[in-house]
Structures are given as C-alpha cells and as structure tokens.
Design a protein around this ligand. Structure first.
Ligand SMILES: [Zn+2]
Length: 229
C-alpha cells in the first residue's frame, strides 16, 4: 500500500463510521405531527444541582411539562432531583453517560455510553428512557444497533435558539416564538455546555413560555407530542 493509501484508508473508514452514520441518522425524529398547536420543550445536559431546580420552578409556575435529556454521570450525582422531575410529570430521556462526542467513541464505548445511562435512568425513574439524544446531535454507526436493542428512537430537534455561540436571552426567547410551528421540538440547555447557557436560559424561559402561550401553543413532553404521530 502506498503511504497515501495508508493515510486515506483509516480516514475513509472513520468518515463512514462517523460522518456517514448521519445518513442513517436521517431516520431520527426531528419533529412531531403538525396537526395540533403543540410543541415539546427539551432540556439537555442536566441535571444541574443549581439551575435545574430553577427551571423546574419556572415550568411549574407556567403549568408546563417538558422533557429532560439527562447525562448519566450527572444524574448519578443528583438522584433526588431526577426523581423530583418525574414526580412533577416531566419526562426523562438519555443523553449518554458522560456527554462525549460520539464521533470520538468506538463501538464498544458508544454502546457503554448509551446503555449505562439507560440503566441508571431506568432505575431512578422506574421506567426505561423512551428517547435518546446524542450530544451535539453527533452519531456513529454503533449508535443505531444499540438504540434498536433498547427500542429507543434517536430524537434531534427542529428549533434550536442557541447553538455553540451564546445568544442573548431576549433573542433566544424571540427566536423560539418566531420560529415555532405545530409539532416542533425545541432544544434548550439547563446545564453548562456552552458557557453560561443555563443562566441565559433562566432569563429566556419566562418570556418564551409567555410568548408561546400567547400564540396558543401547548407545551407537552415528547411522548405526548409524538403519541399520535
Ligand atoms: Zn448535550
């Protein structure tokens, strides 16, 4: 094999394993049915012992139930908070064990990242998580057989008001209200990923909930949004 082939071959394998898997990921859920004026707010990266309780209080005040995609090792350190979420009618989804970018994980590590979080969250909430969301939406070829075994679909989002770049809270709220369509899945963050994300979320959430309510939207957990898909 020429040196160039030696260099290209692993590169091609990796591209197929990581980037190529996104073609398969096209089967992921990105939105719910458009029939009713309903959407799902989803919160990634928690639970955060400081910010998540504040998010729960804001949701309670607005009478809204949502879906939290939890990181297993964080849930292991905040077990009571996870139980409280469920007791309040929120839904818990799997966001891997340690929030590694799955593009950097081999098949065995990928399987472990997903199933370890699945087990713990199942134990804490009394039911297996019904949905999985990969960190940053990045998947690889090992993700889908694992999810099939766990009978758990991969859920991405249709509205993400803040990506990797910080967005001011007012603008974050305005983006969600402006972009919202029936069946949308909104991606928010109640723990640190992007620096300061939870603090901005706490400021954005009240006007966001108010605006969505004024526009006639009911915010429901994912399982409800997708139940009549
Ligand atoms: Zn995340």
């Amino acid at each position: 094999m020429s040196p160039l082939t030696l260099l290209l071959f692993p590169g091609a394998l990796w591209a197929g394993y990581a980037a190529g898997a996104h073609l398969w990921g096209l089967g992921s859920i990105r939105r719910g049915p458009r029939r009713a004026r309903r959407l799902a707010l989803t919160f990634d990266d928690g639970p955060d012992p400081v910010n998540t309780p504040k998010v729960l209080a804001l949701l309670r005040d607005a009478g809204v139930r949502a879906t939290f995609f939890l990181v297993g090792e964080r849930a292991a350190r905040a077990r009571e908070l996870v139980r409280e979420m469920v007791a309040r009618g929120h839904e818990v989804g799997n966001h891997t064990w340690s929030h590694r970018n799955l593009w950097t994980c081999g098949p065995r590590r990928t399987e472990r990242e997903i199933s370890r979080a699945h087990e713990l969250l199942g134990e804490l909430t009394g039911r297996q998580p019904r949905f999985f969301r990969p960190p940053w939406g990045m998947v690889n070829l090992a993700v889908f057989p694992t999810l099939r075994r766990l009978q758990t679909p991969c859920v991405l989002w249709s509205v993400q008001p803040e990506g990797l770049r910080p967005v001011a809270p007012r603008e974050m709220a305005a983006r969600v209200i402006r972009r919202a369509r029936p069946g949308d899945i909104v991606d928010l963050h109640d723990a640190e990923g992007v620096r300061g994300a939870p603090t901005r979320l706490l400021e954005a959430l009240p006007p966001m909930l108010e605006g969505l309510g004024a526009a006639g939207y009911a915010c429901v957990p994912l399982a409800e949004l997708l139940s009549d898909a």
